[in-house]
Design a protein. Structure first.
Lengths: 114, 112
C-alpha cells in the first residue's frame, strides 16, 4: 500500500484566496482525521470522519474551514478565505477501528499564506 | 477524560547516551498506548505500541513497557544515534473510541 497520500506537499497562497488540501486514505481504513501542526499550538485535531461521515468537527477553528469526504478514498480540507494565521502543516491520517495499530499519517501539506 | 503528559523538551544528548522520555497517562478502562516519531519534514510514524498491562513494545532499539500501576509508558533506548533526532509523541487509544489522545511531543536532538 502506498500509505496515506496528501497533496500538494507545499502550498503558498495569498491572503483571501481559497485553499484546498487533499487526502487519499489507506484502502479499507474506516476513519480519517485532519490535523494541524504549528510551533505555537502543537498538533491539533481539526475534524474526523467514520465511514465518510463527519463525527467531530469541534476542532475546526472557524467557519472559514470546511472538510468533506465524498467517498471512502478521498477527503478535502478547504479554507476560504485564507489568512496568514492559517499557515501551518496540515496532516491527514487514517485508521481501521479495532486494528490496534493507531493511525497512519500522510506526509503533510505545508501551507504558507502571505 | 483521557490525557497524556510527556516530559518537557527539548532534550539534547550525546551520541551513544542512554535515553528516557517519560510519559504518563490518565484514562478510563484499558487503553492501548503508542509512541510516534516525527522526523524533520515528515508526518508522524508509529514507533511502537502496547495493548495491555506489562506488554513491552519495541522497535529500532527503542522500548516502552505498559505500567498500569504507575500509569506510565516511558520510552527508552540504550544507545542513541544522531539519526534518532526527531520529535517523539506518546499517545493513548481507548477501545471503542478511535480518537487518539496525544501528548505535546518531546523534541530530541542527538549531537555527535
Amino acid at each position: 500500500d502506498a500509505g496515506v497520500i496528501q497533496s500538494p506537499r507545499h502550498e503558498v497562497t495569498e491572503m483571501g484566496q481559497e485553499v484546498t488540501l487533499r487526502c487519499k486514505p489507506i484502502s479499507g481504513h474506516d476513519y480519517l482525521f485532519w490535523y494541524r501542526q504549528t510551533m505555537m499550538r502543537g498538533l491539533e485535531l481539526l475534524i474526523y470522519f467514520n465511514n465518510n461521515v463527519p463525527i467531530d468537527d469541534s476542532g475546526m477553528p472557524e467557519d472559514r474551514f470546511s472538510a468533506k469526504m465524498p467517498n471512502a478514498s478521498f477527503s478535502t480540507l478547504k479554507i476560504q478565505p485564507s489568512e496568514p494565521r492559517d499557515s501551518a502543516v496540515y496532516f491527514c491520517a487514517s485508521s481501521l477501528v479495532g486494528s490496534g495499530y493507531g493511525y497512519t499519517f500522510g506526509s503533510g501539506t505545508r501551507l504558507t499564506v502571505v | 477524560g483521557n490525557s497524556v503528559t510527556q516530559m518537557e523538551g527539548p532534550v539534547t544528548l550525546s551520541e551513544e547516551a542512554f535515553l528516557t522520555i517519560n510519559c504518563t497517562y490518565t484514562a478510563t478502562g484499558y487503553p492501548s498506548l503508542f509512541w510516534y516519531v516525527q522526523y524533520p519534514g515528515e508526518g508522524l510514524q508509529l514507533l511502537l505500541k502496547a495493548t495491555k498491562a506489562d506488554d513491552k513494545g519495541s522497535n529500532k532499539g527503542f522500548e516502552a513497557t505498559y505500567r498500569k500501576e504507575t500509569t506510565s509508558f516511558h520510552l527508552e533506548k540504550g544507545s542513541v544515534q544522531v539519526s534518532d533526532s526527531a520529535v517523539y509523541f506518546c499517545a493513548l487509544l481507548n477501545f471503542g473510541n478511535e480518537k487518539l489522545t496525544f501528548g505535546t511531543g518531546t523534541r530530541l536532538t542527538i549531537i555527535p
